[in-house]
Design a protein around this ligand. Structure first.
Ligand SMILES: [Zn+2]
Length: 410
């Protein structure tokens, strides 16, 4: 190398090292800390937050950051303050809910945009809420708020108020708990931007919440948050799952330390073994069994036999799955044992189900009326469906049904 070339190289190296020393490293953008929360409450309707408000107040006293997600705007409620109804009432209730939560100190409040669905059937609510869209938005909000704990309604069908929308909020929250940490779920949410003003990819990070707790709405008498007893009554939460240990009865934040934890795929328990020809309860009942299995929630409380409370002089629908794994068409017969005064309307008798098929069947039962002046507390009654094939029993399905003066439609 010539002396000139050596000199040039030295000058070039000097300039290069000077340049890198002069250029300070640029911090890459990080998630917005203003939206990080400790606790995310996921409920169905504006005012449902009242069911957990005493606990939220305590959490806020303990300087926990709290945000709330509502499934719907509550557009089907009654209006005692003005004339507005339907979507206009929903707009009013959204503002009411935001104002109420602001007085508690909770400013981060979102609405999924579901529609009120007056039934006890979670599947109707999910259909009416655009399940996929609602879940996508809730996963986004979990990734945005990065909650340590999710608190939500208990998914399940119990005797009580047990609104399908309440169940839907708990179900979506459970799905979001299990999906938000998975980089393969809604990957467009966690993809980095392709340009400065990225219009499609969201640059969120996957986030695995650490615990999920449930609270039931069933058998919760209509209590006003203004009554003294409401505030002093113990709130019961059910630990759905904890990925950080802690005890079932310990503090909600027991075992939680700051920082992200790795994504945990739920442990799926095996499908129950069934005979070649079987009949079992369908609808939300069989769905919930699948749901508990899919989300590793086998310890979640659920009534056995399954139960429901319905209004007198309405129709009880018993949804059934008829499964034929044999290689030929099978004939089955369905019969129902009912309490006195209950009458089968349809769905009993003989049916066929083709080879290797699963078909939905349905028995409808007219329930007796409950007199307005009835003072006796209603007691659940047992209904049994008997399924036979070729003179042999292939299933006996039990359902406990309580007939009340008032109840949400099934
Ligand atoms: Zn509600």
């Amino acid at each position: 190398m010539s002396r000139i070339a050596k000199a040039l190289l030295v000058v070039f190296l000097a300039v290069a090292s000077q340049n890198s020393a002069a250029q300070a490293p640029q911090a890459l953008p990080l998630p917005d800390e203003r939206y990080k929360v400790d606790l995310l409450l996921v409920v169905a309707h504006p005012d449902d937050e009242g069911a957990a408000t005493p606990y939220l107040a305590r959490a806020l006293d303990e300087h926990k950051r709290v945000a709330v997600v509502f499934g719907t705007r509550g557009s089907s409620g009654a209006n005692e303050a003005g004339a507005e109804q339907a979507a206009a009432l929903g707009a009013v209730r959204e503002i009411e809910a935001r104002n109420a939560l602001t007085t508690l100190g909770i400013n981060n409040v979102w609405f999924l945009g579901g529609k009120d669905t007056a039934s006890q059937n979670v599947l109707l609510s999910l259909a009416n809420w655009d399940h996929g869209e609602s879940l996508e938005q809730l996963v986004r909000l979990v990734r945005l708020t990065r909650p340590e704990v999710i608190l939500t309604f208990l998914p399940g069908t119990f005797i009580g108020e047990d609104h399908g929308d309440h169940q839907a909020s708990g179900l979506l929250a459970t799905e979001a708990f299990d999906l938000a940490g998975d980089p393969a779920s809604f990957p467009e949410q966690v993809a980095g931007p392709t340009k400065r003003l990225e219009p499609f990819l969201e640059n969120l990070r996957p986030w695995q919440p650490k615990k999920i707790y449930y609270f039931p709405d069933a058998d919760r008498d209509e209590k006003m948050a203004t009554s003294d007893s409401f505030w002093t009554e113990t709130l019961h939460f059910v630990l759905g799952k904890s990925l950080v240990g802690g005890s079932v009865t310990g503090d909600v934040f027991e075992g939680i330390t700051p920082g992200a934890i790795p994504f945990v795929r739920p442990e799926i328990s095996p499908e129950p073994a069934r005979p070649e020809l079987s009949v079992d309860l369908g609808g939300p009942y069989s769905f919930y069994a699948e749901f508990r299995r899919a989300h590793g929630l086998t310890n979640l409380p659920h009534p056995e036999p399954p139960e429901i409370a319905l209004q007198g002089h309405t129709t009880l629908v018993i949804p059934l799955w008829v499964r034929n794994r044999t290689g030929k068409t099978q004939e089955i017969s369905l019969a129902a044992s009912l309490p006195a005064g209950w009458t089968t309307q349809s769905g009993t008798g003989k049916f066929t189900v083709a080879a290797k098929q699963v078909a939905a069947a349905r028995i409808e039962v007219l329930l007796p009326a409950v007199p307005e002046n009835e003072t006796k507390k209603p007691e659940p009654q047992e209904v049994t469906v008997h399924a036979d094939s070729n003179g042999q029993s292939i299933g006996e399905i039990k359902l406990r049904v309580e007939v009340r003066k008032r109840a949400l439609p099934q």
